[in-house]
Design a protein around this ligand. Structure first.
Ligand code: GLA
Length: 459
């Protein structure tokens, strides 16, 4: 797979490979799908709702329990080096950026959460068809697949929707093991999504509402071919969002206290709407305009409002996030939260009403907000969404963390071929200078079909 194309495999092939790698057949087979987010980007870590769906690409794991405490993890794709380690509480990290850390994140989360007395070993063989580092959640699919496999090894397979919900919330926290301050969208949709539907997901506590996708329209994923790897060096770029939002939350809380009384506490920014205050969008907008009167807020201004020193602000919320010239752009980032929330609510209604045209324009607005207010787009993504709109998409936007990876576009079902041809000509060939692009065959343009959520079975 040197050229980056995905190798497809059947379960039988994976099982056979496991047997020859480990000298005996697997006992467990687990599948966890990837996801595409339709609306609601960079809001989940603030407890604001999102609207993703699963896709027909997955991480699959074949596994067998061992009699000792050793864990051996291998990948069907040789580009991902395997590793062996002892299963202990407090698993030491693998090298920064290594895919094994996602497996360890799941195990560590379960080891810490469940009262496990002896930590069993296992042999694991992973395979995947989700294009990696492309914003389609290959990493969270690996976390979920490892978690379900490990729970099966522990003889604690999931039996109910509420156990799935609990696990999704647990894994959202557990994935922070890799150093990313992500939210809970990916684990939730992978564990709770469904066939033929998108999900509106609310957080704290996690709630999922399934909404049918359009009948005559199709969501199509286009890969910008710029890697958007959240592990390794890209961690800092992603974390800028959650870290600055922590400062937004603190300042919003302070202003809410001035307006409504000292006892007001806002644990997540989303509590402004969904907590005891139950503010309307207009009320939050007015609170934000008081809290963020200028485009930028300096650390010095934040200390004056919050009544604590810079070191304390860094310790509590910002960490070592550098202060840009003129301060942090809190005003635009706060506006993105407000407008994206409205788009998710409206998007869900459009799905229910079968209103693809309005949904498309919400996608366009969301891209604009992600690019200009939140700063997570790139020239390639901006070009790709523009090309998609020219090619007839009702709407198009970046999907996932941004900075690279994929876009998602809404098109009429019977126009897939002509849409893919236009993307081939105007993006892959003219913009990226790649000769003879055949994006449907190369897997760069992918019709998104929502599938059933992650599952694990004993063979
Ligand atoms: C990544 C994170 C999610 C979410 C998106 C952006 O996929 O894992 O929690 O924050 O980025 O919407």
């Amino acid at each position: 797979m040197e050229d980056g194309t995905i190798a497809f495999y059947s379960n039988t092939e994976l099982i056979d490979c496991f047997s020859s790698e480990f000298g005996g057949p697997p006992q467990i087979l687990t599948r966890a799908p990837g996801r595409v987010n339709l609306l609601g980007e960079h809001v989940d870590y603030n407890g604001l709702p999102v609207l993703p769906m699963t896709i027909d690409r997955a991480v699959t794991i074949a596994a067998r329990k061992r009699d000792d405490h050793s864990v051996t993890i291998r990948n069907l794709d040789n580009a991902f080096a395997g590793e062996a380690f002892e299963n202990v509480l407090g698993l030491p990290h693998s090298a920064q950026g290594s895919w094994i850390n996602y497996c360890k994140a799941a195990m560590e989360g379960i080891n810490t959460d469940r009262m496990i007395e002896s930590f069993p070993g296992m042999n694991i063989l992973c395979a995947g068809t989700i294009p990696p580092a492309s914003g389609l959640s290959s990493s969270s699919a690996l976390v979920v697949a490892t978690a379900l496999t490990y729970l099966s090894v522990l003889e604690q397979p999931l039996r109910s929707e509420s156990q799935r919900t609990d696990l999704a919330a647990l894994l959202a926290g557990a994935e922070r093991y890799v150093g990313v301050h992500g939210g809970g969208m990916d684990q939730a949709i992978i564990l709770l999504g469904g066939k033929e539907c998108a999900c509106k997901i609310n957080f704290f506590p996690l709630r999922v509402e399934r909404v049918p996708v359009f009948r005559d329209h199709l969501f199509v994923i286009c890969n910008s071919l710029v890697k958007a790897d959240k592990s390794g060096s890209a961690v800092h770029r992603y974390n800028e969002g959650p870290l600055t939002c922590r400062l937004i939350r603190a300042l919003a809380e302070k202003h809410a206290q001035m307006a409504f009384g000292e006892e007001i506490e806002i644990e997540h920014l989303g509590d402004l709407w969904f907590g005891p205050l139950c503010l309307t969008n207009a009320e939050v907008e007015s609170l934000f305009s008081e809290a963020f009167p200028q485009p930028r807020t300096t650390l010095a201004q934040a200390t004056a409002v919050l009544g604590i020193g810079e070191a304390e602000i860094r310790r509590k919320w910002l960490g070592d996030l550098p202060e840009p010239d003129g301060g942090y752009n809190l005003q635009a980032r706060a506006r993105h939260q407000l407008t994206e929330l409205a788009r998710v609510e409206q998007g869900r209604d459009c799905l229910l009403a079968g209103d693809a045209a309005t949904f498309g324009s919400l996608m366009n607005d969301s891209h604009q907000s992600c690019a200009h207010d939140y700063g997570v787009s790139s020239p390639q993504l901006d070009t790709l969404v523009e090309v998609a709109r020219q090619a007839g998409a009702l709407g198009s936007r970046l999907t996932g963390a941004g900075f690279g990876g994929c876009t998602v576009s809404l098109i009429e079902k019977d126009s897939l071929e002509s849409f893919a041809n236009a993307i081939a000509t105007h993006y892959y060939e003219e913009y990226l200078n790649l000769a003879n692009a055949d994006p449907l065959a190369q897997d760069w343009v992918l019709p998104a079909q929502p599938v059933s959520p992650a599952d694990s079975e004993y063979l």
